[in-house]
Write a new protein. Structure first.
Length: 413
């Protein structure tokens, strides 16, 4: 009885102490994600004029309740999978109407937007999207909110301890440079365009550093000349070699940029990870990795190609885990898993269970099927898939940057 009481007292004391510790200081480690449709978890679905959205079935069919959730995939994104592995919560979309300071402190924020690029002008025909500069501007507003909530000193510490992911670039090619209607396609050559991207990315990464980002990972591009949308452009149905070479050049240049910045910026640990080689091998030898198709989308609209997006009238492949591509642009959940594993392996990420419990983030459970997403199944080693493209740009929602993200812009959908 007595000892029972003692135990309860001790338990209460421990809880109180833990509570005090977390009040005093160390916030949870969370992540802030900047990206395009490969990382979008619901921003574009709140941009009412965006032409790049994943609002209709069968997006999300292998995730949570199986309804569309804003991800341009049947299941998880690469960032979802890497974050799960590291043990950090999946951050909610910036435009999630329920976002508030507590959620940000517990889960971080995902600013990724389909169609977004490193360059402001990329993907302009999607009408609405957040380009990387806009995403950083929204991040600044988020920082202001947190400073008001917990004070400048604690906020600075919180942002310095957070993880950052920057994953853009494919739209700058697919939905900009490689489109004859876009000014950049005639203004630059392959190499001057890459230089222009690198100058821009360098400024952006330095800007993030000035805002407190110390631990940051930049994802490279996959063989984007092999996405189904690119293949239909070639008479043979093969991969577009020039597009793949652009991805390789981008990876080489951005890998060097990130490594240089990691040395020159104070206290920075900036890493670059790509999965190009593995994805290229998966695409060339799908059977070796347990895939059955690596050249067409699982979600397709009869013989109409390219189908642009997956819609309710589309037909799905019989086994979603056997397709490398979910739609014309985006890898399937299982391909994303291979990409994530490759990046985890290359960067040596360890699993840390720092965060346990409770993350209200929008993402739950995985869903169906035969692939058992969580279990690293004995799946083929890792392999990624191309990244890609999609959507939207431009005049982002007029949300005042300094306003609380909570009252997000309208919407629904
Ligand atoms: C890019 O867009 C941001 C706002 O999103 C703006 O502040 C910046 O001046 C633009 N840069 C260029 C080069 O147009
Ligand atoms: C780098 O880290 C040291 C030690 O934590 C700290 O004193 C210094 O202010 C940091 N510098 C920057 C620019 O963050
Ligand atoms: C995929 O599976 C089907 C049915 O089992 C088979 O006929 C086809 O050859 C396979 N395709 C590839 C690329 O493995
Ligand atoms: C991580 O934490 C969760 C929740 O606290 C727990 O269920 C899980 O077993 C832990 N995993 C490892 C590898 O420690």
């Amino acid at each position: 009885m007595e000892s029972m009481n003692m135990r309860m007292v001790k338990a209460v004391m421990i809880i109180v102490v833990l509570g005090v510790l977390s009040e005093l200081g160390s916030c949870k480690v969370v992540q802030f994600i900047f990206g395009d449709s490969l990382s979008d978890v619901g921003n574009n679905r709140k941009l009412q004029k965006s032409l790049a959205t994943a609002n209709l079935p069968w997006y999300g069919i292998d995730f949570g309740n199986g309804m569309p959730n804003g991800r341009f995939c049947n299941g998880r994104t690469v960032a979802d999978i890497i974050g799960d592995h590291i043990g950090v919560p999946r951050p909610p979309a910036f435009l999630d109407p329920t976002l508030n300071e507590e959620m940000i402190l517990e889960n971080g924020v995902n600013f990724a937007s389909g169609g977004g690029g490193i360059l402001n002008e990329t993907g302009s025909y999607f009408i609405q999207k957040f380009c990387l500069y806009k995403q950083i501007e929204l991040f600044k507003g988020t920082q202001e909110l947190i400073r008001r909530k917990i004070g400048a000193t604690k906020a600075a510490k919180f942002f310095e301890e957070s993880n950052y992911v920057v994953a853009l670039g494919s739209n700058d090619f697919i939905n900009n440079y490689l489109q004859p209607v876009m000014g950049d396609s005639w203004k630059y050559t392959d190499s001057t365009f890459i230089d222009y991207l690198m100058e821009t990315l360098e400024s952006q990464l330095k800007l993030l550093h000035s805002l407190g980002a110390r631990k940051l990972v930049v994802f490279g591009l996959g063989p984007m000349g092999c996405i189904p949308l690119q293949r239909v452009l070639s008479s043979s149905g093969g991969c577009q070699v020039r597009t793949n070479n652009l991805a390789l050049s981008f990876n080489k240049a951005s890998g060097k940029l990130v490594s240089d910045l990691s040395k020159s910026l104070p206290n920075a640990t900036y890493q670059f990870g790509d999965a190009y080689d593995v994805v290229a091998d998966v695409i060339a030898n799908p059977n070796k990795y347990g895939f059955n198709n690596s050249d067409s989308p699982c979600c397709s609209f009869g013989s109409i190609r390219p189908a642009l997006t997956c819609v309710p009238l589309s037909t799905l492949c019989a086994d979603r885990s056997s397709y490398v591509f979910w739609d014309e642009y985006h890898p399937s959940d299982r391909a994303n898993e291979m990409i994530a594993k490759e990046i985890i392996r290359k960067l040596g990420f360890l699993y840390t269970n720092s965060t346990s419990v409770g993350s209200p983030s929008p993402s739950p459970v995985e869903a169906p099927a035969r692939t058992t997403p969580e279990a690293p199944a004995k799946a083929p080693r890792e392999a990624p898939a191309p990244k890609s493209t999609n959507t939207v740009p431009a005049k982002a929602p007029t949300k005042a940057t300094h306003e609380a993200p909570a009252e997000a812009p309208s919407s629904d959908d």
